[in-house]
Design a protein. Structure first.
Length: 308
């Protein structure tokens, strides 16, 4: 099994599209490990920069710690040896370090550090949170800046200096000023990941800011479309990007925006619409309504064969 050093993982993640697989549940909402493993094998046949198991699209927030370890283990066991697997860590600092330890046991190559649970914190507290997690593991760590953990450029610069295994900055805010300040200060010290919901809508302008990759939820159910879109972005084929935004991405986001939490629910609906059902979402999320699922299915069916 290939084991990535933090530096190697940083380079690999920035070289291709990132996949954030959904987590499969049965009708009783229990984890369907066999179906999940089969899906990891399916997705890993494509050329991706890495697989983020039990991430936001994978409903990390609804999984127990033991389930997270099962999901990450299943991903690490099922993916090709040279495909990096990243595991989640989150909640309070002590709990996050326990998730980091579990990631190592499960065979993960890196960690995506989610915001702390519920409470707001200042920049000093957020920095200490990241430093504690980085100290607790030898794995490469990507910080996710969003919600109640929005990191300033000064904080990221400090963390890049104090945490050698901090390898990435995932932006879930869309603050171009901050993104520019982070990149101009740190350059290739980190890899930069677009992490806004439906990141395709921001991919082209963010590329100019040094964000060479992003997390594609659409990849779960339309991998060829997602990879074609990513290639068009990297090649700066503006007309192709605009066409794919118009044909699918923007109508898709209109459905996504109808309910809070639909950013995840619509991905599972897409899995159903394309014959790869991953089961329902867990509460507090809700599934798309039957008419919305029909609408999404028609939207997918209407895509042109050539999406590149």
């Amino acid at each position: 099994m290939t084991s990535y050093t933090p530096a190697e993982l940083r380079s690999r993640l920035g070289s291709g599209l990132l996949s954030f697989p959904v987590t499969h549940f049965r009708d009783d909402l229990s984890f369907d490990e066999d179906a999940y493993r089969e899906n990891i094998v399916r997705l890993a046949k494509y050329d991706v920069g890495g697989l983020f198991a039990a991430g936001g699209t994978g409903e990390f927030f609804s999984l127990t710690p033991s389930e997270v370890e099962r999901v990450v283990t299943a991903a690490a066991d099922s993916a090709p040896d040279d495909t990096p697997i990243l595991a989640p860590a989150g909640y309070g600092t002590t709990t996050a370090t326990e998730f980091a330890a579990a990631a190592e046991r499960a065979g993960a190559d890196g960690i995506l550090l989610f915001p702390p649970y519920l409470t707001e914190a200042g920049q000093e507290g957020l920095a200490r949170h990241v430093e504690a997690v980085c100290r607790s593991t030898s794995l490469g760590v990507v910080v996710y800046s969003r919600a109640n953990a929005v990191y300033s450029a000064d904080t990221i610069a400090r963390l890049a200096e104090t945490c050698p295994n901090l390898i990435g900055y995932k932006d879930g805010v869309g603050d171009i000023d901050t993104m520019t300040r982070v990149y101009t200060r740190l350059g290739e010290r980190l890899t930069y990941i677009g992490g806004l919901p439906t990141a395709e809508t921001f991919a082209l302008p963010y590329l100019e800011l040094g964000v060479t990759t992003y997390s594609s939820a659409i990849f779960n159910f339309l991998p060829d479309f997602a990879l074609g879109f990513y290639t068009a972005v990297r090649e700066r084929r503006h007309d192709a990007v605009l066409r794919m935004l118009t044909d699918f991405v923007l109508p898709y986001t209109e459905i996504r925006n109808r309910q809070p939490g639909y950013a995840v629910s619509i991905v599972k609906a897409g899995m159903t619409a394309t014959g790869h059902s991953a089961g329902p979402v867990r509460p507090p999320l809700i599934d798309l309504s039957a008419p919305e699922l029909d609408e999404l299915t028609r939207l997918i069916a209407g895509l042109p064969t050539d999406t590149a």
